[in-house]
Design a protein around this ligand. Sequence first.
Ligand SMILES: [Zn+2]
Length: 427
Amino acid sequence: MKRIKLFLAAFFVAALTLCIGTAGLDTQGKSGLVVVLDAGHGGYDYGASENGLYEKALTLKLAKHCKEELEKYQGVKVYLTRSSDRYVSLDQRVEAASDWKADVFVSLHINSAPTASAQGVEVFYPNSNYRPSVSVKGRRLAEQIRRNLVAMGLKNRGLKVLNSGVSRYADGSAADYYAVIRGSKKAGFPGIIVEHGFLTNMSDVRNFLKNDASLKRMGVADAKGIAACYGLTKSDGPSDGLTKTKLTKLVGKASSSVSLEWEEVKGANGYEIYRSASKDGTYQKIADIDKFSIVSFRDTSVTRGKTYYYKVRPYKISENKKKTPGFSAAQKVRLLKKPMIAVKAQPASRMKVTWKKVSGATKYEVFRSSSPNGAFQKIATVKGASSYKDIGLKQNAQYYYKVRAVGTGVQGKTYSSYSAVKGKAAK
Ligand SMILES: [Zn+2]
């Protein structure tokens, strides 16, 4: 990947606004381009607020729409610096991007001005100091996004560079004014700030900011700008012929095991399974199954009590590259901790089995056997209680119990592992 980029750098110098790039999954499935989308502001930092709209909410919508669109392309990994309404400092945003090994950082904002007439799009990119190649790359992307937003009807305010009057780069040159642009450059990748219209301008509000449909169009325009700049191609091109799959089953099989099933996709060479700890979080590939006929997987590298999201995509290998129509919808499963139980012999040959409630469980199954390692039989399903009274037993006989928690899943039930076996003699 990197080598090809260096090779292409010669072209970039010759034609600054010509966007060429590299993309595509290699056969190891490592994604090529890492894009970090940064929804400006959040939490107690509202950003601009005008006309009943809050910048922090609009930028989050833009980021999510942009991510959704961008993930339709091959060979790209997209991260959000925040995926909910929370405060993240500017330094934290760039640090996270650096940890994710970002190739580019795109900060999404909405403008405001003291004069109501100011309107349209402007994009800030890194100055040419310190690391000129970062500036070149940032400008290329800024230009592509600016062009797409202007094509939607936003007024063109152009590309901009803003220097800090105080801050300097390591070589003594004037640093970029904006912290995320400056921080990104220090970390070695371009950071740009896209200002999507003005909250203080009635025309921008009416045409672009007030409704979700136009926010989505802007997010998509940003994504298409990124895709064009880096030469990404859409996964669901007609050449693939593959269709997406669908998770048909997702359940916890035991406290630390998840079982998945999905629809077979004709023509696929295999499937990639991705998992995340949150719906809009970072999905990581956990398995690559290289047979189209295998449509199930058991994930045993999970932690009890946690919630996981899964999605699956089929792929076809052609010319040494993976082509995929994209991911199935993500589905959620919550793993159940195994119950802790106690068994108490009660008068009249009764046994009381009690357990601590398991978070996420909807009911409990109680099993009994006459020996600790013998065959256990399910004797009760208990809903809304955390104990069970077993009656009509034989005096002095030994009874052994175990309990498992039951929860919901996709097209099936989620089960915890069995509790430890506890036994007593009946009184
Ligand atoms: Zn802002």
